[in-house]
Design a protein around this ligand. Sequence first.
Ligand SMILES: Nc1ncnc2c1ncn2[C@@H]1O[C@H](COP(=O)(O)OP(=O)(O)OP(=O)(O)O)[C@@H](O)[C@H]1O
Ligand SMILES: [Mg+2]
Length: 320
Amino acid sequence: MTNPLVQTIDLKKYFETPRGLLYAVDGVNLSIERGKTLGVVGESGCGKSTLGRVILRLLDATSGAVLYDGEDILRYNGEKMLQMRKKMQIIFQDPYASLNPRMTVSEIIAEPIKVCGAFESKDALEDKVCDLMETVGLADRFVNTYPHELDGGRRQRIGIARALALDPEFIVCDEPVSALDVSIQAQILNLMMDLQEERGLTYMFVTHNLSVVKHISNEIAVMYLGQCVEKAESEELFENPLHPYTKALLAAIPIPDPDIAKRRQAIIRGEVSSPINPAPGCRFAARCPCVTSACTAANVELKEIAPGHFVACLSSVAQQ
Ligand SMILES: Nc1ncnc2c1ncn2[C@@H]1O[C@H](COP(=O)(O)OP(=O)(O)OP(=O)(O)O)[C@@H](O)[C@H]1O
Ligand SMILES: [Mg+2]
């Protein structure tokens, strides 16, 4: 990594709950180079959405830093942050829930431009909305329709057009295709990759499904209970997963391939433990087939095992 656009340093987000402190994001260090995609994967509740929201400052961090082009945006005041907000956007999982049902397609796409006053005349705004619709593959005839009249794929295209409205540089994509049919998923992923190439966009692509991020990501970070347990280039992670949890995630992908079938032995048992006041040591220890006494004795740091391949695991399986 030379000159990342986005970097987090020991980023933490704890929620106070009646049962104690919930460690949603707990010391995450990651970096994303300009024009590249970092996939963030892990089971439900591991903190992926919270991480994305803290990076965008939609949620306040508990501690740590979020560097954007080298500057810590967590220290930005209101006015500076307002300018920064135009550069950073989010695309949500459920386009239906995230779009105002009382607004037409053109009103939804125009809204962020209006809010920022980033248009010169009504005609210019209309032209901009038409351009955006064309960019995301939405036909003109949908201009005055409402989200409920459209299918999931088209709704997600509205979500993408809206995210692009202010010409952002960085987009957090929070499970953008998880609610869509598999055939539509591929269309939306292709659209997102084309847009990235045309506009030099930088993505953080959050999903619980490793197979979805394989092609879109340059690098992948695997999260477990608020922490990053493995990080590598996408191909390397798929070919040479080291953490027992990553192996288990890969084993869960239904692919008729004998190599992958062998990894099926790694399927994990048990439930994710509680993120509230977690015990020291590796958070995966209770479910791990390779656990040793050292794993629960102290916290386990990410270590670079091969160039660019980091893993937080003490077992000999990961240290090979
Ligand atoms: N506002 C909140 N108050 C308290 N706890 C929260 C809050 N938001 C999230 N959490 C908790 O933080 C943890 C991480 O949640 P988060 O939504 O980031 O997970 P996720 O990885 O995005 O899961 P999913 O795949 O289901 O979207 C969970 O245990 C969740 O219950
Ligand atoms: Mg989420």
